[in-house]
Design a protein around this ligand. Structure first.
Ligand SMILES: C[S@@+](CC[C@H](N)C(=O)[O-])C[C@H]1O[C@@H](n2cnc3c(N)ncnc32)[C@H](O)[C@@H]1O
Length: 234
């Protein structure tokens, strides 16, 4: 990681610390809805061939994509954290999918790829961790080709008041307590909900991406906005 800031180092260390329980806690605190949302997100790129999974972590977005019979392409997994990518590597080996992927260590805000290298970018649950959405957006636009698609899935801000109230109670209060039963790292599961509090809402994020020059930028709420899928076109 070149010129990495303190925030990036702290985040990367946090993911190293929780890597072993990361998948398990995701399933528990999301009641497995993360899997459903991932499947909906990746459907938008199954017809494409060269896909980049940015902030790939333990590889769950890539696995969802490669498990789709209609997807015949290859995926490059990119993340700045070696430990998370090592887990992705072993999971993909066990599933017999290792020959359809490449793994690259790199920063989402300074991607180590040539211009127009990919037909699509996917990203799961990582937008809130980025230091600069501007840098990420511009880099994504640079590495996809003319018809390239960017599909980003993340936890979001519910737009219905009742759902927002219940979600806030669960996500900010109950989920961090639940997580403590499964990890010694209290900081991580306090940080993750806090990172949403200060993050853009869906409409603001779409305006941000349009401002970065994407010709199309739309979002689709999952369960009234507890998560959202953002679709961008170069
Ligand atoms: C919450 S995990 C998401 C992992 C995976 N995409 C998923 O859907 O489960 C966030 C991942 O983003 C990575 N990450 C955060 N900031 C990054 C950056 N600037 N460049 C590359 N990876 C980054 C972390 O190392 C971590 O693996």
């Amino acid at each position: 990681m070149r010129d990495s800031s303190q925030k990036k180092k702290t985040i990367s260390q946090m993911f190293s610390d929780i890597r072993k329980e990361y998948d398990f806690i995701n399933r528990i605190i999301s009641f497995r809805s993360d899997r459903i949302f991932r499947n909906i997100a990746i459907k938008k790129v199954t017809h494409l061939e060269r896909v980049l999974d940015i902030c790939a972590g333990t590889g769950d977005m890539t696995i969802s994509l490669l498990m789709k019979k209609s997807f015949k392409g290859r995926v490059v997994l990119c993340d700045f954290n070696y430990d998370m990518l090592s887990l992705a590597d072993s999971k993909l080996q066990k599933l017999g999918l290792r020959d359809r992927i490449d793994i690259v260590i790199g920063d989402a805000e300074e991607l180590p790829f040539k211009d127009k290298s990919f037909n699509a970018i996917i990203m799961g649950f990582a937008l809130r961790n980025l230091e600069s959405i501007d840098a990420f957006g511009l880099e994504s636009k640079r590495v996809i080709d003319g018809k390239g698609k960017v599909v980003l899935l993340d936890v979001a801000h519910p737009e219905n008041r009742v759902v927002a109230f219940m979600f806030h109670l669960y996500f900010y209060k109950i989920a961090p307590i639940l997580s403590r039963f499964f990890t010694k790292n209290k900081y991580a599961y306090q940080y993750l909900p806090q990172s949403l509090k200060t993050f853009y809402n869906q409409k603001d994020l779409i305006s941000k991406f349009k401002g970065l020059g994407f010709t199309k930028a739309t979002y689709q709420n999952m369960l009234w906005g507890i998560s959202a899928i953002y679709k961008l076109r170069r």
